[in-house]
Design a binder for this molecule. Structure first.
Ligand code: SF4
Length: 335
């Protein structure tokens, strides 16, 4: 009979907070397999670590899908891929005015970061030219961080984004090296790592996270959490798969609210001082337990996701207020 290894989550938090090692692979696996009746102990440990580094602040992001669908890649989780039959809006690069209006909305909603996302394998040089101009204009008009998520990037493209003032670049590892070929065949895990490193080399902050609930094992989840730590991602979006009808993963419904909380707590204990964001699938999978997620994570998206709806910003503000938490204030202009 398999014996359940018990972990003292409070002692693990003590160790981390006294400058010791972050959660080991064994502890991370233990967090994922933590019995439901011990979930609050695990979450309390994650919260102590979160509070130490981020207080009760919640960093808000707003994203704009600046180019949707029509992607030649075959990421199985994505409604915008060439193999997706999902009913979504498909459109080429949005106008300068539309992107600027998105930045203004982000500013008005109190978001500290505005994320410009485009579908596709990677940006053309023409799109880099265009986006650099738009980013310069956003930075001149609003005191807001700008994150771009444009796919695989060459070093010269990354350098130009840096010069234009892009603060962060999102490029997710998504899952473990082992599981990657099961969810995409048109690019490799190594391709993703390469872009992540390219971004870091030019001095842009790396935002890199993962998607859970795609059929991966606990070991895959731990592997990607450790890989993100090794990579030094400063911001880690934790996505929970939204199985969109018409995508290859449309029937992959494996997550429960408790499972999502264990993943978030594990991510915090493995990456103690990193911005951890509850990203896509938050409302769908955490459901009424959404507020508990913020005891481990310190960041969320307000507004909609790429091709799915999020809850109204007012509901997020109320959740943050009910928790006794506060929205993180924006950096000063140029900060
Ligand atoms: S995740 Fe990005 S690269 Fe993959 S199919 Fe979707 S838009 Fe294309």
């Amino acid at each position: 009979m398999e014996t359940q290894v018990r972990f003292d989550w409070a002692a693990i938090a003590d160790r981390i907070l006294s400058g010791g090692e972050a959660a080991t692979a064994e502890e991370a696996l233990g967090a994922l397999r933590c019995p439901d009746e011990e979930l609050l102990d695990l979450l309390a440990a994650a919260y102590r670590v979160r509070r130490h580094y981020f207080g009760n602040r919640v960093h808000l992001h707003l994203l704009l899908n600046a180019q949707s669908g029509l992607c030649p890649e075959d990421c199985h989780y994505c409604s915008q891929s060439r193999i997706s039959r999902a009913q979504i809006a498909r459109y080429p690069m949005q106008s300068r005015e539309t992107i600027l209006a998105g930045a203004e909305r982000a500013f008005q909603l109190g978001a500290a970061t505005f994320c410009i996302v485009t579908s596709g394998r990677g940006p053309s040089d023409r799109h880099i030219d265009f986006l650099c101009e738009v980013v310069r204009e956003i930075k001149a008009r609003f005191p807001i961080k700008v994150c771009c998520c444009l796919g695989l990037l060459r070093p010269d493209q990354a350098e130009r984004l840096k010069q234009a003032g892009v603060d962060r670049y999102n490029h997710n590892l998504n899952t473990s090296r082992r599981f990657t070929p099961r969810i995409v065949t048109t690019h490799t895990y190594e391709d993703r790592l390469q872009t992540a490193r390219t971004v870091q080399q030019v001095g842009i902050g790396l935002c890199s996270g993962a998607i859970f609930g795609m059929g991966e094992t606990d070991e895959d989840i731990v592997e990607v959490a450790l890989a993100l730590r090794e990579l030094g991602a400063e911001s880690i979006p934790v996505n929970f798969l939204h199985p969109i009808a018409g995508t290859p993963l449309e029937n992959q419904w494996a997550l429960t609210p408790q499972r999502c909380l264990k993943i978030l707590a594990m991510m915090r204990l493995v990456n103690p001082d990193r911005e951890i964001r509850i990203a896509g699938g938050r409302e769908l999978h955490l459901r009424t337990l959404q507020p508990l997620g913020l005891y481990a994570a310190n960041s969320i998206f307000i507004g909609d996701y790429l091709t799915t709806k999020g809850q109204a910003p007012e509901a997020d503000y109320r959740m943050i207020q009910d928790l006794g938490f506060e929205v993180e204030t924006r950096p000063e202009r140029g900060g």
